[in-house]
Design a protein around this ligand. Structure first.
Ligand SMILES: Nc1ncnc2c1ncn2[C@@H]1O[C@H](COP(=O)(O)OP(=O)(O)O)[C@@H](O)[C@H]1O
Ligand SMILES: [Mg+2]
Length: 267
């Protein structure tokens, strides 16, 4: 069996009486694309937030590279190599693509509090990309990483465009670029194709697939064709619990899964 990069054991998160994630035991193999599917409200996003450290588990464990990280906060997990995509274009609409990826890279390399100050100082102004790229070693390194990420995501030509000016699909590419700029070993992505048109979705999916060649990807996605096209393993979550987990072909054929979830989509 391939090595587990990430494992959860009985992972549970309650919101009052509701167990949004309820005793989830998962094994994400190094180098795999592991998709998590399930109906709305199944607990997919909550699970991802537990894996990225944004939410605290009520009980259960998370192990990354064999190390217990159940209580680790997001910045620690980020430095350990867990990256997650945020809708950053919404957060920093005034920043250029180059600045966004620089910030992502720098925040992961350096002191996050400094970056917070950096943003506060610069956001109300309209700083040029040059002023942000301070001649500091880490700054230059972050810039180089950022440019690599932009290139990998096909956004080099947009490096001086502000995030707000990008198309919706390009903003998704930028989110992936920002995640890549932190050079993660494990990527956590929540519904990256949501709201995209057919061509844009195909582009972002191709990008994720490319990115996943070198890394491990946990992908929450609604688009079943996309999931079955890229995933090595599919876990089906229903009411916070794992209904089934296995290779896409087995999941597609599973009567339980068809009944609980896929069946809804078939005529
Ligand atoms: N912060 C929260 N407080 C209370 N309930 C929440 C919170 N986040 C999610 N939930 C509830 O947990 C359940 C799972 O939500 P979520 O993880 O967003 O599902 P999914 O991403 O699969 O659609 C839902 O019933 C949702 O209403
Ligand atoms: Mg969700």
């Amino acid at each position: 069996m391939a090595e587990a990069l990430l494992e959860t054991e009985g992972l549970t998160r309650r919101f009052g009486a509701l167990a949004a994630v309820d005793g989830v035991t998962l094994r994400v193999e190094r180098g795999s694309v592991h998709a998590i599917i399930g109906p709305n409200g199944a607990g997919k996003s909550t699970l991802l937030n537990l894996l990225s450290g944004e939410l605290r588990a009520t009980s259960g464990r998370v192990r990354f590279r064999g190390e217990d990280v159940t209580r680790a906060p997001p910045d620690v997990l980020s430095r350990m190599g867990i990256g997650r995509s945020y809708q950053m274009a919404n957060l920093f609409p005034e920043l250029t693509c180059a600045e966004c990826v620089w910030l992502a890279a720098y925040s992961q390399m350096g002191d996050t509090s400094q970056v917070g100050d950096t943003i506060k100082t610069w956001c109300p102004l309209r700083y040029s990309a040059r002023s942000l790229f301070r001649p500091r070693r880490e700054g230059a390194e972050a810039a180089a990483r950022g440019e690599d990420a932009l290139r990998a995501c096909g956004l080099s030509g947009r490096r001086l465009s502000r995030a707000a000016e990008l198309s919706y699909g390009e903003q998704r590419q930028l989110e992936v670029a920002m995640m890549l700029a932190t050079d993660p070993e494990l990527l956590l992505v929540d519904e990256p194709l949501a709201g995209l048109g057919h061509d844009e979705a195909r582009m972002v999916l191709a990008l994720l697939r490319e990115v996943a060649e070198q890394r491990t990807l946990v992908l929450i996605e609604h688009d079943m064709d996309a999931v079955f096209a890229v995933a090595h393993t599919v876990t089906v979550l229903v009411d916070g619990r794992v209904l089934e987990s296995g290779p896409p072909a087995a999941i597609r054929e599973s009567p339980r899964v068809r009944e609980a979830y896929l069946g809804e989509e078939e005529p």
